[in-house]
Design a protein around this ligand. Sequence first.
Ligand SMILES: NC(=O)c1ccc[n+]([C@@H]2O[C@H](COP(=O)([O-])OP(=O)(O)OC[C@H]3O[C@@H](n4cnc5c(N)ncnc54)[C@H](OP(=O)(O)O)[C@@H]3O)[C@@H](O)[C@H]2O)c1
Length: 282
Amino acid sequence: MLKVAITGSKGLIGSRIKELLRQEIDFTELELPDFDITNRKHAIKLIKDIDFDLFFHLAAYTNIDQAEKEKEKAYLINVQGTKNVFDAVVEKKRKFIFVSTDFVFDGQHHPFYEESVPKPLSYYAKTKYEAEKLIKKQAMIVRFSYPYRAKHPSKPDFVKRICQDLEQKRQIYLITDSLMTPTFIDDIAFAMKYLFENFSTDIFHIVGTDSLSPYDAGKFIANAFNLDQTLLLKTSYLAYSKDKAIRPQYSEIKSRKNNFYKMRTFTEGISEIKKQTMDVRS
Ligand SMILES: NC(=O)c1ccc[n+]([C@@H]2O[C@H](COP(=O)([O-])OP(=O)(O)OC[C@H]3O[C@@H](n4cnc5c(N)ncnc54)[C@H](OP(=O)(O)O)[C@@H]3O)[C@@H](O)[C@H]2O)c1
């Protein structure tokens, strides 16, 4: 069985990947507080002492708006922390996969493919791109975009946040003049299984099949879960972005390299989530 050391395995994406692949992959979880990627000496020693074929690095500082205020912390975790674990893995001559984001692009001349040139806008995005540049010659980079799943106990994804607001009868402003590429996390897990087994030092976009505006996504979610669509209010990219970290406006992300796993459309992903939620209830 392939042995994968994983960071961020309790997070939104990592926990589902682990849940879905644990029968086929032997995961070693490297988690806070025992494993802190910012503690270079300690992280290097721990990595030296464990046995694995491949290192899957998801751990990150992921609060995009807060990163503008906590630049040092975001840099320490996303750039220095990544370098710490990467150096140890290279020293051990093992494979390294770094998880990055669609936010490395500026959202202007869309769509964005693996070979498109990044131009990060927010500080979070800058740290992720900085880390990409540090590791890219000896690592695989996988970029994800707007991930969602049936449920996660602590961190709500965008689908969950919209559902929660509508269930509590709160109005939500959603952008009409921008694009997002929602990605079903279960698909990310199965695509990653292929990439674990077929490693190359390359960039892959592991993203959903279609892109839509947040407003259209909200309408679709409200309709699918029988929630009140009248609570959805339209806003513009410019109005929404005021007082927030800048996000790419047209985050239409495509892949020319994923010819190994068919990613679901948003409609298919939401329908699977409904099914999984009902299976849990019944
Ligand atoms: N969610 C998105 O919308 C999205 C989109 C594209 C790409 N990504 C990328 O996908 C990856 C996973 O994202 P996610 O949303 O699953 O993240 P998440 O839920 O915020 O989880 C981040 C994980 O990193 C761990 N971590 C933070 N600082 C650490 C440190 N110093 N040492 C060790 N572990 C540390 C956290 O541990 P604690 O919980 O114990 O602090 C947590 O398990 C990230 O690299 C992110 O940049 C995410």
